[in-house]
Design a protein around this ligand. Structure first.
Ligand code: ADP
Length: 264
């Protein structure tokens, strides 16, 4: 079972600073970790890399507003000859000693989020109320959540009582030279094209708050680079990957098109 959740091949991860050593320290102390930053900037890749490096299984859950506590903890299933308990991903992780990564935790409702509380303090326990079991987390278990501060609103935010159970890592888009080298390693495109893509992203990121809710993510740059590598015309690749998904505003689209034409 543990083997099912192990990462088989070392993921490529380009560190931005000393986050690898800091994460290792947090893991050794079994502190719950929060990774904060805009979408597509390398948070999940970082956690995959750390799970691989630490040799621990990783169980990832994409959180959404329909998710209930039972989706995390588990439920009884009706079967022909009775009922059978099925552990949810959080319970499985606590049992087998995995890193449990709750991606975009703010998407989940607060009554769902509170189930993680007893796992994040010194008790490291998970009460399975419906099953009448109090699960003691495996010593290797660690809880990690990701959080996009850009989407923060009064309606959708973590409670202080949840936030203050974690140590945090601030993530952002990698510095331009690093980001270009990531694109090149990840997709195999030449460094010159990678640098051009990052220039487009830098221009677009300056529009955040001036017509764009979020800048172009590293993930979208990887998409554009993949298309260019597949010999799609760079202008088409940029429009498909860097303009169309992020805005429908014709003025902003024109500004982005202009930046792309200036660079390629
Ligand atoms: P998110 O922050 O939304 O979890 P991801 O971790 O999925 O974002 O990153 C999106 C993509 O960007 C990855 O699949 C990877 O290709 C690339 N990427 C971003 N940062 C890095 C990095 N530091 N090293 C390697 N790849 C990265």
């Amino acid at each position: 079972m543990t083997a099912d959740y192990r990462i088989q091949k070392e993921p490529f991860y380009q560190p931005q600073s000393n986050e690898v050593a800091l994460y290792q320290a947090a893991y050794q102390a079994k502190l719950p970790v929060m990774v904060k930053g805009p979408t597509g900037c390398g948070k999940s890749r970082f956690i995959e890399y750390m799970a691989f490096k630490l040799g621990k299984p990783l169980i990832t859950v994409a959180c959404n507003e329909d998710m209930t506590a039972s989706d995390l903890v588990g439920r009884y299933l009706l079967e022909a000859n009775g009922t059978r308990w099925l552990d949810g991903p959080l319970t499985t992780a606590a049992r087998i000693g995995a890193i449990c990564y709750l991606d975009e935790i703010v998407e989940a409702r607060q009554d769902t989020t509170v189930v993680i509380h007893p796992l994040t303090d010194h008790r490291r326990q998970l009460p399975l109320d419906k099953k009448g079991e109090l699960l003691q987390a495996h010593p290797d278990f660690q809880l990690v959540i990701s959080y996009n501060p850009g989407y923060q609103s009064l309606m959708k935010d973590l409670k202080q009582s949840t936030k203050q159970r974690f140590v945090g890592f601030d993530f952002d888009y990698p510095a331009p030279e690093l980001e270009a080298s990531i694109l090149s390693t990840e997709t195999g495109i030449g460094l010159a094209d990678a640098v051009r893509l990052v220039k487009v992203a830098t221009a677009a990121r300056a529009l955040k708050g001036h017509g764009l809710d979020e800048g172009i993510s590293t993930r979208l740059l990887v998409y554009a680079a993949t298309l260019i590598k597949a010999e799609v015309d760079p202008l088409d690749a940029c429009r498909m990957a860097l303009v169309c998904p992020i805005t429908d505003d014709s003025d902003i689209r024109a500004t982005l098109d202009h930046a792309i034409e200036a660079v390629f």
